[in-house]
Design a binder for this molecule. Structure first.
Ligand SMILES: Nc1ncnc2c1ncn2[C@@H]1O[C@H](COP(=O)(O)OP(=O)(O)O)[C@@H](O)[C@H]1O
Ligand SMILES: [Mg+2]
Length: 260
């Protein structure tokens, strides 16, 4: 009963091959992602982590298996519909509008504005201006909350890599329907200060009841906030459990370079 309440996203028996490479091989495995919890997807390079995200958010169709959202089968649901359902994603490579400034990058991500309808926008010029002012104020408030107000008029291409990552995560959080956040290596390449900012954003999402799924290499930077971890190796589920279970496993220590 409690599982029905908290599991928002589930994947069962997933298989995905690229030519001869078995990128995901999760026959007889059920992955569950819970509301208000942080799940880590761990594993070395090529383990299948990004491919799993691609299947969860609809970039890829699995060869076998199914993905359900609130117990509804979404295996064949296109990416934009999954986004509307509330599955939001941070891509491994930073994806921003480099030629727009930080405020504009956030404004573009704030959905549900009437002016998204071109006909409405053409016929309600004054209201469009009003809506633009409101979304601008919202965007500035968001930038302030993540410590980027000072650079709000800078182009996204001009701010530091760490600031770009924060901006990209803030864009994920702008999905007003967000129920699942898939974050592909949100902390990669960041210094300690930025890592702690990203950690705070993850905790904010978790505390709002969002199911946060994080791919991360640096296990120590996320160990404090992870409720459940899934360790992949060559597409297979090598281990699951708490971060303590994962960190204790001598087999994982041996196989997973960088884990001390
Ligand atoms: N679009 C693709 N075409 C061919 N092979 C791919 C594709 N995407 C991923 N792969 C392969 O699948 C495996 C898993 O890749 P990936 O999911 O990106 O791993 P990870 O994110 O854990 O580093 C790798 O062997 C990779 O080369
Ligand atoms: Mg990857």
């Amino acid at each position: 009963m409690s599982e029905m309440k908290t599991t928002i996203l589930q994947a069962r028996n997933l298989i995905k091959a690229f030519g001869g490479v078995q990128a995901i091989d999760l026959q007889d495995v059920s992955l569950q992602f819970e509301q208000g919890k942080v799940t880590a997807v761990l594993g070395g390079n090529g383990a299948g982590k990004t491919t799993l995200f691609n299947i969860l958010n609809g970039v890829l169709l699995p060869d076998c298996g199914e993905v359900t959202f609130s117990q509804i089968d979404i295996t064949h649901t296109p990416i934009w519909k999954r986004c509307r359902l509330g599955i939001s994603r941070l891509w491994q490579e930073v994806r921003l509008f480099p030629e727009l400034n930080c405020v504009e990058n956030i404004q573009v991500a704030i959905r549900g504005q009437k002016s998204e309808n071109a006909w409405w926008a053409l016929t309600h010029r004054q209201l469009v201006n009003k809506e633009e002012q409101i979304s601008r104020s919202q965007a500035i408030a968001i930038l302030e909350s993540i410590g980027l107000k000072d650079v709000m008029t800078h182009l996204a291409s001009e701010i530091s890599y760490g600031q770009q990552k924060l901006l990209a995560i803030a864009r994920v959080m702008c999905n007003q329907d967000i129920k699942v956040a898939l974050l592909d290596e949100p902390m990669a390449g960041l210094d300690k200060h930025m890592i702690s900012k990203v950690t705070d954003l993850i905790c904010t999402m978790r505390d709002k009841g969002i199911a946060v799924v994080v791919i991360e290499h640096d296990l120590h930077s996320i160990r404090e906030i992870v409720d459940h971890a899934i360790f992949l190796e060559q597409g297979r589920c090598f281990a699951t459990g708490t971060m303590e279970d994962i960190l204790k496993s001598s087999e994982i220590k041996r196989r997973y370079i960088g884990l001390q």
